[in-house]
Design a protein around this ligand. Structure first.
Ligand code: PMP
Ligand code: GLN
Length: 405
């Protein structure tokens, strides 16, 4: 019997008395935590260290490039379905320049509406009902929703605290692979834990994918935010290029999250599949911004280095502030997020902690439990974003210090 009390159920509109309006696959996916917490920040005037967006825009010359494109009439009408040639060429050149990976801009690169659409199109293209997808838990929220929309089943493998960071247990990963496993969905550097999977583990993951003939989708949107060691794309390991869909996004690397320019690199057969699904999601997006991001990708190495070093400094400021405020701090090796444990502050429930934090001290954070199937594993964990101006981070740290008083 359908739940007549469920939100959005309607006897009037559909005429079918007890059927909820929301597709059953999406039952339980309410408002995203990012929307909820950003609304809370706005309504309470709190410092928003929740949703991950920078509080300063990316390079002025890249914003100017977007204005120029718009004024010159480039991208104001539908751009080509796979993306403008300039951006596809720039993505291919970026993969070659940073990783020595060769992709053909015409058959192996696809521009998307942010990484979010790339994730959705990839999962919708490659999955069928009954398939299982292994995803690292905690997982980025859209993974669960898109796997559900594809009618497939997620099989989480939980990253667990190991010292001052989170780690992957390769035996657990191996044990999760079964006869229905269709693909591995990875994310490194990892949101929300800040974990960067070490090269030896990536190699083992690659060997497993080859051995079990699995497809791989790898979300590498934080590829330029690795503070310890270097980013190694999964596609660079033996046997991986042909089975891997790599996803990235300009939002993170160039601090223009609102432009929603993302991309996929993959061999032609996989790319064609993803493009087929993508055509019917947005078809195309972000016309003038595509030209600007083509220029951004070609910025000199000094841009990328300065971006990373700036964020490294901010990581250290917020880590110190959170430690001083009494949190157990997990040290992020990458991304612009810090996961903390609130237990030393006497908290046990991160969701309740985050909902009351604005009233207690004027700061907003994200409860990691929403990214877990195993709620107990994430219950006391809370994520703070440090992609904010230094005085903002210092003020937030001051406010958080009052929690312990
Ligand atoms: N994947 C991860 C891991 C993310 O943190 C985000 C958030 N930016 C996305 C994908 C979505 O990226 P975009 O804003 O480009 O859609
Ligand atoms: N990726 C961002 C984060 O993790 C949020 C993106 C969104 O709002 N969907 O905070």
């Amino acid at each position: 019997m359908a739940d007549m009390t469920a939100p959005h159920s309607s006897a009037d509109a559909s005429g079918s008395a007890c059927r909820p309006l929301l597709n059953r696959g999406l039952a339980g996916f309410g408002t995203t935590i990012f929307a909820e917490m950003s609304a809370l920040a706005a309504s309470t005037g709190s410092i928003n260290l929740g949703q991950g967006f920078p509080d300063t825009d990316g390079p002025a010359e890249i914003a100017e490039a977007a204005v120029r494109a718009l004024r010159d009439g480039r991208g104001n009408q539908y751009p080509p379905g796979p993306g403008v040639p300039e951006l596809r060429a720039a993505v291919a050149a970026h993969q070659q320049r940073f990783y020595g990976l060769g992709y053909d801009p015409d058959s192996e690169v696809l521009v998307t509406a942010g990484a979010t659409e790339a994730i959705a199109a990839s999962l919708l293209a490659l999955l069928e009902p009954g398939d299982e997808v292994i995803a690292l838990e905690p997982y980025y929220d859209s993974y669960a929703a898109c796997i559900a929309m594809a009618g497939a089943t997620r099989v989480p493998v939980t990253l667990r605290p190991e010292g001052d960071a989170f780690g992957l247990d390769l035996d657990e990963l191996r044990a999760a692979v079964g006869p229905r496993t269709r693909l591995l969905l990875l994310n490194t550097p990892h949101n929300p834990t800040g974990t960067v999977l070490p090269e030896a583990q990536l190699r083992a993951v690659a060997e497993l994918a080859v051995e079990r003939d699995l497809l791989v989708i790898t979300d590498e949107v934080y590829e330029h935010l690795v503070f310890e060691g270097a980013h190694v794309p999964l596609a660079s390991f033996p046997g991986m290029r042909e089975r891997t869909v790599t996803i990235s996004s300009a939002g993170k690397t160039f601090s223009f999250t609102g432009w929603k320019v993302g991309w996929v690199t993959a061999p032609p057969s996989l790319l064609t599949a993803v493009r087929t699904a993508k055509q019917f999601l947005t078809y195309v997006s972000s016309g003038p911004f595509q030209y600007a991001i083509a220029e951004a990708l070609a910025l000199p190495d000094s841009y990328y280095t300065a971006f990373r070093e700036d964020l490294r400094g901010k990581r250290d400021i917020l880590s110190a502030g959170l430690t001083a405020a009494g949190f157990r701090v997990f040290r992020p090796q990458g991304t612009y997020f810090i996961t903390t444990d609130i237990t030393p502050l006497g908290g046990t429930d991160g969701l309740e902690f985050c909902r009351t934090l604005p009233a207690r001290c004027g700061v907003v954070a994200i409860p990691n439990s929403v990214f877990y199937d195993d709620k107990d594993a994430g219950r006391a964990l809370v994520r703070f974003a440090f992609c904010k101006q230094q005085p903002v981070l210092e003020e937030a740290a001051e406010r958080l210090r009052t929690l312990a008083l």
